[in-house]
Design a protein. Structure first.
Length: 174
């Protein structure tokens, strides 16, 4: 690709014209065509029009480059904003999941504590008879099953440190 300087160079016309002279006679020495400015002396200064043209082209290139940079920045910001919304949504979902799991964990810990209390109560009041142990264990498992299935059985007698041998109170619904 030719530069702007090469395109604007115009060969200078020499002192003698090419071809026949004005007097019409064929001279012995006819000047040949003037060679391109590459072999002749270079002009040191540029004309004001050339300088202005070059300045305008430079300004145009800068303007285009600045516009492209602004467009890239705008696209980058749009991508960042979309990513922020996506991460905020995911964060909200994770916080909700965390809350649910913490509640479930707390409920399970309470259930474990209740089971330990039932177990200690059964051990302290049962007689060595296998029949009685089997009967109480079966009733205890029924209570656990009903609790796990969403039943509303509550052992008020155990929580209030009342006598645990009366299992009839344990199986009553409030």
């Amino acid at each position: 690709m030719e530069s702007d300087d090469e395109i604007r160079r115009v060969p200078e016309i020499g002192g003698e014209a090419a071809g026949p002279t004005a007097s019409g006679r064929d001279g012995g020495s006819v000047a040949g065509p003037v060679q391109p400015s590459g072999s002749g002396p270079r002009r040191r200064g540029r004309s004001p029009a050339d300088k202005e043209n070059k300045r305008l082209k430079r300004l145009l290139r800068n303007r285009v480059s600045a516009q492209q940079a602004r467009e890239r920045k705008k696209a980058y910001l749009i991508d960042l904003e979309a990513r922020v919304k996506e991460l905020e949504t995911k964060n909200a979902e994770l916080e909700e999941r965390l809350s649910t799991l913490q509640n479930e964990n707390q409920m399970l810990r309470q259930f474990i504590d209740m089971n330990h209390h039932f177990e200690s109560c059964i051990r302290s009041y049962l007689t060595p008879s296998i029949f009685i142990v089997t009967k109480f264990a079966t009733e205890f498992l029924d209570i656990q099953r009903n609790f796990l299935l969403g039943g509303t059985f509550i052992c008020w007698a155990i929580w209030n440190d009342m006598h645990c041998a009366d299992w009839g109170h344990l199986l009553m619904r409030p």
